[in-house]
Design a protein around this ligand. Sequence first.
Ligand SMILES: NC(=O)c1ccc[n+]([C@@H]2O[C@H](COP(=O)([O-])OP(=O)(O)OC[C@H]3O[C@@H](n4cnc5c(N)ncnc54)[C@H](OP(=O)(O)O)[C@@H]3O)[C@@H](O)[C@H]2O)c1
Length: 237
Amino acid sequence: MQLYRPLSHALAPGCERTSWYELDRDNTQLILHRAGVTLQPDEHPTVIDTWKEMEKLVDTGKVKSIGVSNFSIKILSQLLPHCKIIPAINQVEMHPCLPQTGLKSFCEERGILLTAYSPLGRPPVTTNTATTIPILLAEPALLTIAEKHSVAPAQVLVNWAVQRHTIVVPKSEDEGRMKANITLVKLDDEDMNALDTLHERPEMHRSLLSYHGTGGVVFGWTYESMGWDMKPGGIVA
Ligand SMILES: NC(=O)c1ccc[n+]([C@@H]2O[C@H](COP(=O)([O-])OP(=O)(O)OC[C@H]3O[C@@H](n4cnc5c(N)ncnc54)[C@H](OP(=O)(O)O)[C@@H]3O)[C@@H](O)[C@H]2O)c1
């Protein structure tokens, strides 16, 4: 079983308010250590303390793999020298508006698989919601590629991620969309280039999630602490 609700920062003896403790503890395929959320970077247990506890879980044989989520190059660089086990994956927001190119190279060089969360840009449930966040699924360049291959725009986004050799976890509660989202379509170089360069347009290199707010703080940490090179609102600086 893969756990998509990542562990909080506080997996340590006595800290039982974490999702792993609510699970079948003898048969967990993958747990993720998520940056931010509960404690500040210098508070104990630190990211490194937490990782060491997670490594012990692998030693028990009850957990197969351990990984991280929302870890930047900055946080990974602090963690990796202390790792007995290298994180199997790093799950981060990733789609054509936030291709995470630098982080992708960094992780690939170290054998860490990058997983794309919110790969469809988490489209708003209702279009009536006033928002300045672009709707990726409505991007004309994407619609053109989808029409060319007679598939849904979401399928194009999933395949862009697959063809970049990343793992991708689109979410749907609709059975038909679930099936469509795992149906592969071969994108050609022209398609890939159009998607690879979409973020180069003004104001398009950004997070598409609403958790940023205006204060430059995300999951309780500043962008600087997270190692995210962003301006308030999630725009890449
Ligand atoms: N580690 C982290 O910090 C973190 C943060 C955010 C998300 N995640 C994980 O990443 C996964 C996906 O992310 P997400 O839910 O934020 O965003 P997402 O997968 O980009 O978008 C999900 C939305 O897209 C819609 N959708 C799915 N397939 C579609 C299709 N073929 N056409 C049109 N709309 C479609 C879904 O609606 P329907 O259900 O109506 O299809 C749902 O509203 C989740 O499992 C989530 O737990 C992890």
